[in-house]
Design a protein around this ligand. Sequence first.
Ligand SMILES: Nc1ncnc2c1ncn2[C@@H]1O[C@H](COP(=O)(O)OP(=O)(O)OP(=O)(O)O)[C@@H](O)[C@H]1O
Ligand SMILES: [Mg+2]
Length: 307
Amino acid sequence: MEKDPVVEKVREIYGQVVESFNPIRSPELMVKALRDRYKLLVKNNIVYLTIAAFMNNKPVLYEGPPGTGKTEVGEAILSLWAGKKAFVLPCSESYDEYRVIGDFHPLIAMSKGFNEESFIPRPLLAALILNAGVLIDDIRRSSEEFQNMLLDIIDKRRIIIPELKRVYKQEGTGFQVIFTSNPEDIAQRELSDAFLRRVIRIKFNYPDPEEEEEIVRLRLGEDYELIPKEYISRALSVVQYLRKKALYKPGTSDTVSWLALSIKIAKGRELNRVNARDIVEAGEAVLVKNPEDEEVVREAVEKHFKE
Ligand SMILES: Nc1ncnc2c1ncn2[C@@H]1O[C@H](COP(=O)(O)OP(=O)(O)OP(=O)(O)O)[C@@H](O)[C@H]1O
Ligand SMILES: [Mg+2]
């Protein structure tokens, strides 16, 4: 069979970043691999639902507040499912098919025309050709036109490039799609009914305190032992309180960054244990993302960590 120059280009450009390993398709093994290989504590139902959707070739939408692991979990599940690293497309207003499917090099196109030679394949096409997963991050930031274009590709499982008179079809089951979205971000647009009808929606939420403690332990590794246990539970109370009272609601990612930073501060002071002062300083640096929250953060942190 004649070699397709676009496929060759994709292999050449993206093949090196998409290293392959054994795919994992069983939910139990997936939960374990997420924990062991990616340090992610993921609820069984999230994994079961996602895998069920993939088995039906359906795209998945992860919705939930900031810092609850949507992006990292999505990327990890897609990678484990396909047995190769997933592609991540961080959406913005200006995203269009040229940014995700392919583009023509202007100078080469001028001299050689709009053909395989001047064509530059982009990640969505590369994922389809390489049979890898795609995480489409923060879908609400993109235009409705872009969303419709994606849905058409995902429905039909193929990409058409009119200039090249070519159609690329999904081969294999690795090409799956996860969208992420944060519905509480008022700056972002609503998703259309057409969009919502086609995706399997999975809700992410803040973990309960035991799970959050487990996540902190998983993420901090050996350093976890440097923080007195009592301080960890106080820190968890602070973030829970702020999720109710502050404008910026700290996610699990903020809890982890807060405690990780307090360890760095303690190490910088050559202490072998984190003390309350380190935690207070780190807290004020990490938890205030909105100037109006300064007061409520300071009060909450100081109240919980006064010595
Ligand atoms: N279930 C989890 N297991 C392990 N770490 C987690 C988990 N949830 C959140 N984290 C922490 O949060 C970070 C990942 O957050 P991520 O960026 O994926 O969240 P997000 O929901 O995509 O946030 P945003 O809405 O801001 O994009 C991890 O690096 C880790 O520190
Ligand atoms: Mg994200």
